[in-house]
Ligand binder design. Sequence first.
Ligand code: TNX
Length: 498
Amino acid sequence: MTSAFPLVPWPTSVEPGEGELDLSRVTLTGADPERWTPLAAQLLAPLGVTVTSSPAGGSDHGGVVVDLRLTTAEPVVATPSVPGGEDESYVLTVGDDAVAVTAARPAGLLHGLRSLRQLVRPNLTVPRVVVHDAPRFGWRSLMFDIARHWFGPAVLRRVVDLAGAYKLNVVHLHLTDDQGWRIEVPSRPALAQISGRTQSNVVHQDGLVPAGERGYLTLDEYRELQEYAAARFVTIVPEIDMPGHTFAATHACGELTPDGVPTPQEGSMEVGRSRLWLDNPATEPWIRAVLGDVAAATTGPYLHVGGDECLTLEEPEYSQLVRIALDVAREHGKVPVAWQEAASADPGEGSILQYWDPRLDPAPYVRAAESGAKLIVTPASTAYFDMKPEPGHPVGQDWIGHDVDLRTSYDWEPTAAIPGLPADAVVGAGGALWTETIATQDAAFSMLLPRVPAVAEVAWTEPAGRDWESFRTRIAVHPRTWDAQGWAWYASKDANWA
Ligand code: TNX
């Protein structure tokens, strides 16, 4: 079953039929087929499948009809709700001589096409089957750090494609940190102009973005990226990290420091030394202006305000600064998201905390959930794709103290990650790629693959449908697609490569 149907993430149900269909040519019909043609072609053409559409119905081109049907009927299985989330369920039927994808919402149609792509064999046949499917969690995310090293729009579109291929629906962009600032902010142009030039000094020892590259997203590029992602039902969540991880901010905006002198360029991998100051009269107006500009440029419902690793900031100053950021996000109509440490600011109802560090006492997150916060779970111990998958891996970190190989990324349960937390407080799961040691698209993708699919299955598939032996066999045929798209990957010893 698993080798005939190498679907990742594994669906709610898979009912095999008899025989197979030749899918070398397909004709899209049904709901607005012209809208779907470029997306279907992007998925299927790299495998050799020709895609056309026929708004009038029927197959003018002799290919197999793929009928896309939007129903207004009840969803097959209700998608759990997160703020802004919508139904993503679908039914995919590879029938006697046609394919049908049925969904209540457009996102489900694209998920159905993504599943169809995974069923295409090297000889361009697909096995007859009926797939019913819906996600377990409404938030399924991949975080990508473009602050430590700059990655431009072309790479970011590929990251969206990879996330979408595995039915992740959030790409969280870590846009600011000590080493660099990656988004244009009209009210504080120095941020991008000065700190857009800087980055980690681990790979490029001058700590500079290569000449000829801008080093930050203009607002036009940011808008276009969000449109690209939205067409694929992926929400971009921007993160402006504060009140720590702020050397790029204090380097560009000297008024943020106690003596008004800009901090030096920061390229090292050390964390926890940078900060904002609550009693500096420049601080709150800066937070309001920067978060206001980013919120205004953001089409999705979320704004991530950071809050992690403020090792030189004491209470209550830390929590007061975080509260300002959470409030500003809300004032701009956004759902605030923050790293787990922000629990001390009592973020409350309508906020989301992102759990990452299993070394810290979980009691504050349990209390935050009791007062209405929701949690998304991206533990460093299983879902940090910058962790080395095995000792001696050429890039990556190892501070979590063990390898994060494919099996480690697969074998974990989001609702059990935080001891004492009620399961219904968890609204999502995902993974994260930090880029202190990662400077190229190939280095990034070889950390993401094959581990992103593992975490995607953790976030999408109910525990009863998850099975390591099945996964390590299903994933083994996916490199054909990765290679066809030019996505680098790492040959984990855990997978059952054919
Ligand atoms: C911890 S995760 C960090 C990041 C580092 C990462 C490296 C988190 C919220 N903070 O600043 O890049 O570890 O693995």
